[in-house]
Design a protein around this ligand. Structure first.
Ligand SMILES: [Zn+2]
Ligand SMILES: [Zn+2]
Ligand SMILES: [Zn+2]
Length: 487
C-alpha cells in the first residue's frame, strides 16, 4: 500500500508499507509529498525499502524527513543514520517539530529535492554531504568497526559503501580534494593506518616468511653463545639428552650469564632449509587475497573532518557537481585554454616544429528530437578517466579530447590515429550507461590539415557537432549490455 496523507502541520506524508519502485513510478511525482513514513514492522523489510527509498540516493525523497515504525527503534543498525525518527503517528508533537525543523532549514539554505539519478561516486558524495548539511551533521568522525572495509569508517558513508554506492579509492580522493579546496577541514588526527595497496581494505594478516623462498613454514629458536670456546649455534645443537652441552668443546653449560648467553633468535625455513635472523614480513589481504610486502602497504591518515562554512555554501550550490569533477582530474582544462593550445600546436605544426598530427575528438549527446543535451559532469569524468594522457575540455554541449600524435621517428601515424578512434568508441560504449531513454551519444574527430591559413576554420569547426558522427551508442545499447560502465 502506498498513499499520501496530510498531517496536522499541513505537510503531505507519503506512507508506504512495502518495497516500491518510487523513483521510477510516474504516479507519485516528487512535488506531491514532503515527508516519508515507512510503516513496516520488520527490520529486514524496512532495510530493503530503505535501500531505495531514502533521503540521500532516492531522487524523489532527497533531503525530505523520513520516519520508520516506532517498533523498530534501536534495531536498524547503520540505517539509523538516514532515519529522522521512529513513529507511527505523524501528528505526534515531536514528529511535527522534527518535520518542520528539517523542511524549514532546507528552505532556508536553498536545498531542494528534484535531482537527477546518482550516477557516479562523486555525485553520490555531494548528495550525501548535502544530506548531512541538511541534518546539521557536519562533523564527520571515523569510528572503528571490525566489519568495515577500512577499519575506520564514517558510519553513514559505510552504510552506502555496503550498498555499492562508491569505490574506496574515490572516497579517499573525495576527502583529499574537499580538504584541498577548503570545503572540509581536518579538525583532529585520529590515526595513521596501512591499507592493502590493491583494494584499500584494512583487514590484513601479517605473515613471517623465509627471505629466500617466501614460504611461511618457519621454525624459530634461540642461538646459544658459549663463552669458553666462543661457539655460536642454534639451541638444538646443544641439546644432549635433556642437558645443554657445547657441540664444539663438549662442556656442560650451567649458568646463563656466567658461562653462556642467548644473544639472538634464529629462524630456519622448513621448506628450503635456509637459516636467517630477519624473516620477511608480508601482509595477506583477507579481501582481495593478494600478498604484499609491508613496505608496499598504503599509508592512510584518518581524521575527524568538519564541513567548513564556505564548504556548506559551495556544496549546496547547484553547480558544485561540475566543479568537483573538473577539479578531480588534472587533465581537464578550460575550453579557452584548449583552444589556445590547439592554435599553438597548429602553428608549430605548420612551421615545421612538430612532426605529426593534431586531433580533436568531440563527444556529444542527442535527445530523441536530435537536439544536443547539456554536458553531464559524469560524462566529463568518464572522458577524463579514459584519456588520462590527453587534455579534456567541455563547452558548446560538447566534451573535447585533444591529441597530438607525434611522429618522432618519421613513422606513419595512421596506427596511432586508429588507436585514438578505438578509444573514443570504447568511451562511447561506457558513457552510454549515462544516457536516458531516447538519447544517443556520438563522437567525431577532426584532424588538422591544410596550412597556416586554415587554422581559424579548424578552431571554428570545433564549436559544432558533426552531422555524420564517426560512431554512436544509444540508451538501448547501454541497457543491452549491463556493466558496460565497469570498464
Ligand atoms: Zn625458504
Ligand atoms: Zn664450547
Ligand atoms: Zn586487498
Amino acid at each position: 500500500m502506498i498513499t499520501i496523507q496530510n498531517n496536522d502541520g499541513g505537510r503531505r506524508v507519503l506512507l508506504l508499507d512495502s518495497p516500491f519502485a518510487l523513483d521510477e513510478s510516474p504516479d507519485f511525482p516528487e512535488f506531491l509529498f514532503d515527508v516519508v513514513l515507512i510503516a513496516n514492522g520488520s527490520v529486514e523489510e524496512t532495510k530493503t525499502i530503505l535501500n531505495h527509498i531514502n533521503p540521500v540516493t532516492s531522487s524523489k525523497c532527497c533531503y525530505k524527513p523520513l520516519f520508520v515504525s516506532a517498533t523498530l527503534k534501536g534495531k536498524m543498525g547503520g540505517y539509523d543514520e538516514i532515519i529522522d525518527g521512529y513513529a507511527d503517528d505523524m501528528n505526534n508533537i515531536d514528529v511535527l517539530t522534527t518535520i518542520e525543523n528539517i523542511i524549514n532549514y532546507n528552505t532556508l539554505i536553498g536545498l531542494s529535492a528534484t535531482e537527477d539519478p546518482v550516477m557516479s561516486s562523486n555525485q553520490f558524495f555531494i548528495r550525501l554531504t548535502r544530506y548531512l548539511i541538511s541534518r546539521k551533521k557536519t562533523v564527520l568522525e571515523p569510528q572503528l568497526d571490525v566489519t568495515a572495509s577500512t577499519g575506520y569508517v564514517i558510519p553513514i558513508f559505510d552504510l552506502f559503501y555496503r550498498l555499492g554506492q562508491y569505490e574506496l579509492s574515490d572516497y579517499f580522493v573525495f576527502f583529499q580534494s574537499m580538504t584541498e579546496k577548503g570545503m572540509f577541514r581536518a579538525t583532529k588526527f585520529v590515526n595513521k593506518v596501512y591499507l592493502c595497496p590493491t583494494c584499500l581494505h584494512s583487514h590484513l594478516l601479517y605473515i613471517q616468511t623465509c627471505p629466500k623462498c617466501g614460504m611461511s613454514s618457519v621454525r624459530t629458536e634461540e642461538v646459544i653463545h658459549h663463552f669458553r670456546c666462543a661457539n655460536v649455534t642454534p639451541e638444538h645443537t646443544y641439546n644432549f639428552g635433556g642437558q645443554l652441552r657445547c657441540p664444539k668443546c663438549h662442556k656442560i653449560l650451567r649458568h646463563i650469564g656466567m658461562d653462556y648467553d642467548r644473544p639472538a633468535l634464529i629462524h630456519t625455513c622448513n621448506t628450503c632449509g635456509n637459516t636467517f635472523i630477519e624473516p620477511k614480513t608480508q601482509a595477506l589481504c583477507t579481501c582481495c587475497k593478494q600478498k604484499h610486502e609491508v613496505e608496499e602497504l598504503a599509508p592512510q591518515d584518518f581524521n575527524v573532518y568538519e564541513v567548513t562554512a564556505e564548504g556548506k555554501q559551495s556544496i549546496i550550490s547547484p553547480n558544485i557537481g561540475f566543479t568537483i569533477y573538473t577539479e578531480f582530474y588534472d587533465n581537464y582544462i578550460d575550453y579557452n585554454r584548449l583552444v589556445s593550445r590547439v592554435r599553438l600546436l597548429a602553428e608549430q605544426k605548420f612551421a615545421g616544429n612538430i612532426e605529426g598530427d593534431v586531433l580533436v575528438g568531440k563527444i556529444w549527446i542527442l535527445n530523441s528530437k536530435g537536439e544536443t543535451m547539456p554536458i553531464r559532469p559524469e560524462e566529463i569524468e568518464l572522458v577524463c578517466r579514459y584519456f588520462p594522457n590527453n587534455k579534456v575540455s567541455a563547452a558548446n554541449n560538447i566534451t573535447y579530447v585533444g591529441s597530438v600524435i607525434r611522429d618522432i621517428r618519421g613513422q606513419n601515424t595512421e596506427e596511432e590515429i586508429i588507436n585514438f578512434q578505438l578509444m573514443m568508441s570504447e568511451t562511447l560504449r561506457a558513457a552510454a550507461a549515462l544516457l536516458r531513454p531516447g538519447e544517443t551519444i556520438c563522437y567525431s574527430y577532426m584532424k588538422l590539415q591544410g596550412n597556416q591559413s586554415t587554422i581559424d576554420d579548424f578552431i571554428k569547426e570545433m564549436d559544432y557537432i558533426s552531422p555524420t558522427p564517426d560512431d554512436s551508442a544509444t540508451f538501448e545499447h547501454a541497457n543491452a549490455t549491463p556493466g558496460a560502465d565497469e570498464a
